[in-house]
Write a protein that binds this ligand. Structure first.
Ligand SMILES: NC(=O)c1ccc[n+]([C@@H]2O[C@H](COP(=O)([O-])OP(=O)(O)OC[C@H]3O[C@@H](n4cnc5c(N)ncnc54)[C@H](OP(=O)(O)O)[C@@H]3O)[C@@H](O)[C@H]2O)c1
Length: 242
C-alpha cells in the first residue's frame, strides 16, 4: 500500500480539472488545483544562487536534515536536471514518491514517475502511485507519522506535496505554491541557477515552521541565523501566501 496516496485520499483530494495554463487564468487560485497545499523547498545563497553546473555549491548537513524531515512521507516533484544531479545511490529519494518533470515522453528513471509538466505532476499526486514507486517499498517505520498532515489541517500551512527544484521547475510551480521553505546560506558563490524572487506583496514570513529548533527562543535556524557544523551561517524561513 502506498503511503502518499492514502494520505491524499484521506484529505478528499480531487485531481480533475488541472490544466497546463490554469495559473494564467484571472480567477486562478492555487488551492483550487492543489487543495492539499503545494510546498516549494530550496536553499539559496544570499543573492539567490541555488546551483552551478548542476550541483549545489555548498555543503550544509543541517539543511539536508531539514529537507529530509520536511519531505519524508510526501511526494516530491523535481525537474529532470535535478533528478540527474542526484547521486545514483540516492535516487529515487527513499520514503517519497519521486515525480520527475520532463518534456521527453520516453523518459524513464528507476523508481520515478514521469510528468510532462508541473500541472500534470500535481494531478499525479492525487492519484495512486504506480507500481514499484519507492514509497510503497519503504517501511512504515521510516515515515514520521507524527508529522503527517492532519485531515483538517489548513492546506496553506501543511503542504501535501513538495517541489524540490531546480530553477525552471520552481518558476513553473510558484503560481501553485501555498508555502515556500527557504534556507538562506550566508555564502557568496558563482552560480548559473537562481531561485525565483518572492514578491513581498504575495508572500509573508511565518514563524514556527520548519525544523522547530530554537522556536520561540530568538535563536536557532527558525528564528534567526545559526552556524552549521561546516562553519556556514544559515537560517530557515517559511513563507506563506498572504
Ligand atoms: N539549492 C537547492 O535547493 C536546489 C534544489 C534543486 C536543484 N538545485 C540545483 O538547480 C540546478 C538545476 O535546475 P535547472 O533549472 O537547471 O533544472 P531543473 O528545473 O531541475 O530541470 C529542468 C528540466 O525540467 C524539464 N522542464 C522544465 N520546464 C518544463 C515544463 N514546463 N514542462 C515540462 N518539462 C519541463 C526539462 O526537462 P527535459 O530537458 O528532460 O525536457 C528541463 O530541462 C542544479 O544546479 C541543481 O543542483 C538546487
Amino acid at each position: 500500500m502506498g503511503i502518499e496516496p492514502d494520505g491524499f485520499a484521506a484529505q478528499g483530494v480531487e485531481a480533475k480539472g488541472i490544466e497546463a495554463n490554469d495559473a494564467e487564468r484571472d480567477d486562478f487560485r492555487p488551492e483550487d488545483v492543489a487543495p492539499v497545499g503545494v510546498g516549494l523547498i530550496w536553499a539559496q545563497a544570499l543573492d539567490g544562487v541555488i546551483g552551478v553546473a548542476n550541483t549545489i555549491p555548498w555543503r550544509l548537513p543541517e539543511d539536508m536534515a531539514h529537507f529530509k524531515a520536511t519531505t519524508l512521507g510526501r511526494p516530491v516533484i523535481m525537474g529532470r536536471k535535478t533528478w540527474d544531479s542526484l547521486p545514483v545511490r540516492f535516487r529515487p529519494l527513499p520514503g517519497r514518491r519521486n515525480i520527475v518533470v520532463t518534456r521527453d515522453p520516453h523518459w524513464v528513471g528507476d523508481g520515478a514517475e514521469r510528468a510532462g509538466s508541473v500541472p500534470e505532476a500535481l494531478a499525479l499526486v492525487a492519484e495512486p502511485a504506480t507500481a514499484g514507486t519507492p514509497a510503497a517499498e519503504t517501511p512504515a517505520a521510516e515515515v514520521p507519522t507524527a508529522e503527517a498532515p492532519a485531515a483538517d489541517a489548513p492546506a496553506a500551512t501543511v503542504p501535501g506535496v513538495w517541489v524540490m527544484g531546480g530553477g525552471e521547475i520552481y518558476r513553473a510551480a510558484l503560481p501553485y505554491a501555498t508555502t515556500v521553505s527557504v534556507t538562506e546560506v550566508d555564502v557568496t558563490v558563482d552560480g548559473d541557477t537562481y531561485a525565483p524572487p518572492l514578491d513581498a506583496a504575495t508572500w509573508t514570513v511565518t514563524e514556527g515552521q520548519g525544523e522547530g529548533k530554537g522556536r520561540g527562543e530568538g535563536e536557532g535556524p527558525d528564528t534567526g541565523w545559526a552556524t552549521s557544523t561546516t562553519g556556514l551561517r544559515y537560517r530557515i524561513r517559511t513563507f506563506v501566501r498572504r
